[in-house]
Design a protein around this ligand. Structure first.
Ligand SMILES: [Zn+2]
Length: 303
């Protein structure tokens, strides 16, 4: 029996590269349903998002997967056809904000005006107002607690902007690690985090997914499933630049010298890891899960 299922498993995986197979095995503990998300942004002065987003669209097509793309307004303005292409390929288009700055650095009035512009641009391009918002750097922190009200006012249905742990860049320690409702009714979908020693890591995306060794990712995936599956909603995140092996080193003042190097190096593993994550798993846009996640959040709040 075990040799038969081993053979079937081998045949099922044989279309993948060795690195993707290894990644797929590492993620085996994770639930079968998730949402593949992308934060579509450019490094300062860059114009490489289109090419790398095209690779992500091909990856998703090959896996028969649909996801959610959070597009920064500056990218939508500079490359409107990229937005229409994402929507035409069957994915949800949502907003990654009007400027790529932590929310706490913005005045609420500026955020309201900027987000109205960003929302209208996406609505004009796709034919539907965006339902979702993701704050740059997951920066919906206690210092930006005013943001959910404004998002609800502007007609957004959900946010996926809270990192429910302490983190050097952003984070809201003590926030629920499962979908929850803000008092204004906006649904929040916090980034999945798993415990590693004293820290909780948003392991399923960005630099974590690129830098953590496979055995470590496997352990974090198993831990997330054991600790969070009762109420957590699984999703991954990445950026076009995460798989861009040919981009020149960009010094990002917001990241410092070390951070800029971390962001630049080790991009090769990203694509096979994303491929491994998609393997044997079904990705649907957040909009396809909203009704269920909202009712779970409501039931949890009432309990
Ligand atoms: Zn971003």
């Amino acid at each position: 029996m075990s040799s038969t299922s081993g053979l079937q498993e081998y045949q099922r995986e044989s279309g993948l590269t060795r690195a993707a197979r290894r990644a797929a095995r590492g993620f085996a503990a994770l639930p079968a349903l998730f949402t593949f998300t992308v934060d579509v942004e450019e490094h300062e002065g860059g114009s490489r998002a289109r090419e790398q987003t095209a690779r992500l669209l091909d990856l998703l097509d090959a896996a028969g997967a649909r996801g959610t793309f959070f597009v920064l307004d500056r990218v939508a303005r500079a490359d409107p056809r990229l937005v229409t292409r994402i929507a035409r390929r069957g994915h949800e288009v949502a907003s990654h904000g009007h400027v790529h700055q932590p929310l706490a650095d913005l005045a609420p009035d500026r955020f309201r005006a900027g987000m109205a512009t960003a929302r209208d641009r996406l609505a004009n391009l796709t034919g539907a107002a965006p339902a979702g918002f993701r704050a740059p750097y997951f920066s919906l922190t206690p210092a930006a607690a005013w943001a959910p009200d404004i998002l609800a006012e502007l007609g957004f249905a959900y946010s996926s902007s809270v990192l429910p742990a302490w983190n050097p860049l952003a984070g809201w320690p003590g926030a629920p690690r499962r979908p929850f409702l803000w008092p204004c009714g906006l649904l929040e979908l916090p980034v999945p985090v798993a415990r590693l020693g004293p820290a909780w890591l948003p392991f399923l995306g960005g630099m974590y997914l690129r830098w953590l060794p496979p055995w470590r990712l496997r352990g974090l995936a198993a831990r997330w499933t054991a600790e969070e599956a009762a109420g957590g909603a699984l999703w991954s995140y990445c950026h076009p630049y995460d798989l861009d092996e040919r981009e020149a080193l960009v010094h990002r003042p917001d990241a410092g010298v070390f951070g800029s190097l971390m962001l630049w190096l080790n991009r090769g593993p990203m694509l096979p890891r994303l491929e491994g994550l998609l393997h044997g798993r079904r990705s649907v846009p957040f909009t396809a899960r909203l009704a269920e996640l909202r009712s779970e959040a409501r039931a949890w709040a009432a309990a």
